[in-house]
Write a protein that binds this ligand. Structure first.
Ligand code: CDP
Length: 219
């Protein structure tokens, strides 16, 4: 079997990694794997078992995460628990507020990395996250580090949540994003050979086209 191709897209919170990765995957006929969805699913699973995050230990989170599996759907994979999609649950504010603490747990990181590698094993993939180009697939053929100004990221996230974009909401969302960037900083480092793409003034179509062109160049 020929060696599978891997493209990694890392970057800070709400920089558009997942939606971009999904579109790049579709354009290239690859599959998309979202590592953040596993950290989020582990957080949602832990909240179901022990509602107070102050009481979480690594064992609690790992035990809860056993209920999670990734199911393929179209060109991506989605976490399910007990046979049901948890896509909506994992995007909620409670999960977002607690996911960075879960992502600090070394054995949870091992579990995510192993799950991502197993899921990617038989396919050409676009994988997005924070440390995919540095830790999970250090030999990937193309590594992207996607950045954008914090306020632009906050505005996109508010629109994605179908919320009204008022000055107050934008200020609050920007503050929350910067706080999460800070908590995630140690695992969000660009690989030395990553191409930095700044999407602040790019449309989604433009950033997808740019990454597809880079991928085709390296093929
Ligand atoms: O909201 P956003 O799309 O930026 O984040 P996500 O990709 O859904 O990831 C949610 C959280 O998982 C992040 O805030 C990180 O704490 C953690 N994460 C990580 O530590 N390493 C990864 N490879 C992916 C996500």
């Amino acid at each position: 079997m020929s060696e599978k191709k891997v493209i990694t897209i890392d970057g800070p919170a709400a920089s558009g990694k997942s939606s971009t990765a999904q579109m790049v995957a579709e354009r290239l006929g690859f599959l998309h794997v979202d590592s953040g969805s596993l950290y989020r699913a582990a957080t949602a699973a832990a909240l179901r078992v022990v509602p107070d995050p102050a009481e979480w230990t690594e064992e609690v989170v790992l035990g809860a995460a056993r209920a999670i599996s990734l199911l393929p759907a179209r060109s991506s994979f989605y976490p399910v628990m007990g046979g049901r999609s948890v896509e909506e649950e994992i995007r909620g504010d409670r999960v977002t507020a607690n996911v960075s603490a879960v992502a600090k747990m070394p054995r949870v990181r091992d579990w995510v990395n192993e799950t991502v590698r197993n899921t990617s094993a038989d396919h050409n993939v676009v994988v997005d996250g924070r440390d995919i180009g540095t830790v999970v697939f250090p030999k990937a053929r193309l590594k992207i580090f996607l950045v954008a100004d914090a306020e632009v990221r906050a505005k996109r996230r508010l629109i994605q949540k179908a919320g009204e974009v008022t000055d107050a909401r934008l200020a609050e969302e920007t503050r929350a994003l910067l706080e999460r960037d800070e908590r995630d900083a140690s695992q969000t480092v660009p690989a030395a050979d990553a191409v930095v793409v700044d999407s602040t003034i790019l449309t989604q179509a433009e950033q997808v086209a740019k990454i597809v062109a880079l991928a085709e160049d390296r093929a």
